[in-house]
Design a binder for this molecule. Structure first.
Ligand SMILES: Nc1ncnc2c1ncn2[C@@H]1O[C@H](COP(=O)(O)OP(=O)(O)OP(=O)(O)O)[C@@H](O)[C@H]1O
Ligand SMILES: [Mg+2]
Length: 440
């Protein structure tokens, strides 16, 4: 939309407020509202804000930042959202010197997409599947139904809630492919139709906001916490990916026995080779590693497969005539990740595989959970980091992570995650009390 069209729509729909949105380094949505009188000026020069209290942003002495709205992101929140007519826009964060701000993770994704262009591709297509739970409140994970995978009403009581959520998403131009009850009780998934990575990262932020808001209207709490309940599957964010050039899916090769191009194989090999370095970003919370344990559909072992859902990277069967849907699926990320950074680090690892011509190891179709350590060693199947601490150590040694995120975000991220781990490390947990208090 042009500036003129946006201003006209604001007028015509009598929209009073426009929320200017961005995310902090951890992917948490931040917004400040401006009145429509301010919008014309904001679209021209951006709107100043104090960045000093934003996680991972500048401290006091250099905090005068501006948010310059990105016209392509103009969106109107449907009335059903909160009963008002509010518009939303994402944008670029600009320093007082007029440069893009190195702490702006949306800008970091843009930079990685430029690297992709230099490597000869013009579109990075992403299809994330975000799983989540509905709970009675945010105090404790009280489940609302006993449903299971693809269960339907009456067990699937949240069917209406998902339906209302999908209608709001669709009204905002966020295409939904389908939705269903997931494997764990009270766990759900709404599948978005894939799109360009930057647009999809914006959509992921809006998706989480809308899922939570529509649930809150019915006094229900929607959570994207990776592992809220011991003994149940956790919530993942499988990320389907492919690279296009001039309208052609570069992951497809009609001559290959699996219709998979050399590019797709090298890209997958890049993700497998660097996954221990990127986990700190795609699985950024202490709780993320409570999901990455054997026995719950979440991947633990570094291997790829075509059908085997215990593998870390799955390559769904391609069908001739459906070249466009040839893709790879990364099954380790979780919905607690900052989507701008998660898409950046996976793209970087994939492009590294293409640039360096990595070989894709043999696929592993057998159930890796059934293998013992000797069998896994024989197949040189390594494991993901077992904790946030281990993941941050791998991350901080990584050259490609430093390149992908830039000095500012790279060091701020490590700083933040070390504090989080330390807070967890020094806390006495319920587990310890139950385990030790009665006999020590
Ligand atoms: N070329 C492509 N590039 C990226 N994503 C794509 C491409 N083609 C399709 N997709 C996306 O891949 C996702 C496929 O989701 P789907 O739920 O079918 O996957 P699944 O992994 O088989 O499901 P599950 O993990 O629940 O068993 C959708 O978001 C779809 O839009
Ligand atoms: Mg999947």
């Amino acid at each position: 939309m042009t500036k003129k069209e946006i201003l006209k729509r604001i007028e015509k729909e009598n929209i009073q407020f426009i929320k200017l949105c961005f995310v902090d380094i951890l992917g948490r949505l931040k917004a400040f509202a401006i009145t429509r009188r301010e919008l014309e000026h904001a679209l021209e020069e951006g709107m100043g804000f104090d960045g000093s209290s934003v996680e991972g942003f500048a401290r006091i002495y250099e905090s005068d930042l501006r948010l310059l709205p990105d016209l392509e992101t103009f969106n109107v929140l449907p009335i059903a959202f909160d009963g008002t007519k509010t518009a939303m826009m994402f944008g670029d964060i600009i320093t007082p010197e007029g440069k893009n701000y190195e702490g702006d993770t949306r800008y970091i994704l843009k930079k990685n997409l430029e690297e992709m262009n230099k490597a000869g591709f013009d579109r990075f297509m992403v299809g994330p599947e975000l799983e989540y739970f509905y709970f009675s409140s945010s105090d404790k994970p009280q489940i609302l139904d006993e449903g299971g995978y693809f269960d339907s009403v009456p067990v699937d009581e949240a069917n209406d809630l998902r339906r209302e959520t999908i209608l709001v998403l669709e009204e905002m131009g966020i295409s939904v492919e389908y939705s269903h009850h997931e494997a764990a009780p009270s766990q759900h998934e709404i599948d978005l139709r894939y799109d360009d990575a930057l647009k999809m990262a914006d959509k992921v932020i809006l998706y989480k906001l809308v899922v939570k808001q529509i649930a809150a209207k019915r006094n229900i709490y929607a959570s994207f916490m990776p592992k809220p309940i011991n003994g149940f599957n956790g919530s993942g964010m499988h990320v389907h990916q492919s690279l296009f050039s001039k309208g052609k899916n570069m992951f497809f090769d009609g001559k290959d026995e699996n219709y998979l191009s050399k590019t797709a194989k090298a890209y997958s090999a890049g993700i497998l080779k660097h996954v221990r370095e990127i986990c700190a970003v795609t699985n950024q919370w202490v709780n993320s590693y409570k999901r990455l344990v054997p026995g719950y559909e979440a991947p633990v072992y570094i291997a790829w497969a075509r059908r085997n859902r215990s593998a870390l990277v799955r390559i769904p069967q391609s069908i001739v005539g459906y070249e466009k849907s040839t893709r790879i699926e990364a099954r380790f990320p979780d919905p607690g990740a900052n989507p701008y950074l998660a898409f950046s680090v996976m793209l970087k690892a994939g492009l590294e595989g293409i640039k360096k011509g990595y070989e894709l190891p043999k696929s592993v179709e057998a159930d890796i959970y059934e293998m013992n350590e000797i069998e896994r060693k024989a197949k040189s199947i390594n494991t993901l980091p077992g904790s946030l601490l281990e993941a941050v150590e791998e991350f901080s040694k990584s050259r490609i992570m430093r390149e992908a995120l830039g000095e500012h975000v790279f060091s701020k991220f490590i700083e933040n995650k070390k504090i989080e781990w330390d807070n967890y490390r020094i806390t006495v947990t319920d587990y310890e009390l139950k385990r030790y208090l009665s006999f020590l």
